[in-house]
Ligand binder design. Structure first.
Ligand code: NAP
Length: 266
């Protein structure tokens, strides 16, 4: 039996175990997925210990996604983003991936929304914002990054091909002409707030909210009212998990089974 896991702190309420175990069950794979909660600052030791113990693959969540860069070989996208959320131990050295970025592009693809050549606005310049900005730019979008702390957006835009940046005040100018909007801030999580003024939303827009608790955020509600297409954060969570499963197993992920396991718990 193979063991996969997640390191984070805290990880108590993670939805990854049921999502991955649904995949193992659907495909008849003899494996388990467990969570580990190393102390803050000890993620590198936890990764080495997992490798020593023969753990087949690890997901990495807050606050360890940057820390583990010291002990893995990041593939180029993870290196550019500066964060790893998936580690594969099957090679000579632990290989680090960023499947949050894949989760963003696959969420749009799954909903039939093309990215190439479109204007995209990413709100947020933290971990999710970095993943979304690189993912959308690599898929051919022209990306504008708006962040509460403008300097973080400017620093990120300097690394993302063709990107522009500004504070949240630039949303009123950029969103009305945008095709794609991603909320990659934590605004809206467990609260009825939104980082984007409702008045700038429109019916030519597709809006992905990385926040998945609640599933229908105020941003998605107001986007829907404006006639925009909406994609909730569970899709991004699903597809980052599907991508991790595919890296580890080499097989196509059973998307429907994983989606059902995830949504039944949200
Ligand atoms: P993070 O690195 O801490 O970044 C937080 C971001 O939110 C920063 O851009 C921050 O702006 C902004 N922000 C926080 N409070 C704000 C406020 N009151 N007003 C405006 N902006 C505010 O966090 P993260 O890891 O990127 O996660 C962001 C969200 O994405 C979380 O809700 C997380 O659960 C979600 N997420 C979802 C998935 C998924 O698979 N669906 C994956 C990853 C993350 P400043 O730079 O100004 O502080």
């Amino acid at each position: 039996m193979d063991v996969y896991g997640l390191i984070g702190n805290p990880v108590g309420h993670s939805l990854s175990p049921p999502m991955h175990e649904a995949a193992y069950e659907a495909l008849g794979i003899d494996a388990r997925y467990v969570t580990f909660e190393p102390a803050i600052g000890s993620a590198p030791e936890a990764v080495s210990a997992a490798e020593t113990l023969g753990v087949a693959g690890l997901n990495v969540t807050v606050p360890f996604k940057q820390d583990v860069l010291d002990v893995v070989s990041p593939e180029p996208l993870a290196e550019r983003i500066g964060a790893v959320n998936t580690i594969d131990f099957t090679g000579e050295t632990p290989q680090g991936y960023n499947t949050d970025a894949i989760g963003v592009t696959r969420s749009f693809e799954h909903h039939g929304v093309s990215i190439d050549g479109r204007d995209a606005v990413v709100v947020g310049a933290g971990g999710a914002g970095r993943a979304a900005a690189f993912a959308l730019a690599d898929a051919g979008a022209s990306v504008h990054i708006a962040n509460r702390t403008e300097s973080r957006a400017i620093d990120l835009a300097a690394a993302v091909p063709g990107a522009s940046a500004g504070g949240l005040d630039t949303l009123s100018e950029r969103v009305p002409t945008a095709d794609i909007l991603v909320n990659a801030t934590s605004v809206g999580m467990e609260s009825d707030e939104t980082p984007v003024p409702a008045g700038v939303l429109h019916d030519d827009l597709t809006v992905l909210d990385a926040v998945y608790a609640p599933l229908e955020t105020r941003l998605l509600r107001e986007a829907s009212d404006a006639g925009a297409e909406t994609i909730d954060g569970a899709w991004m969570l699903l597809f980052q998990g599907v991508a991790a499963f595919e890296i580890w197993s080499g097989e196509d992920g059973p998307v429907d089974a994983m989606n059902e396991a995830l949504r039944s718990r949200l």
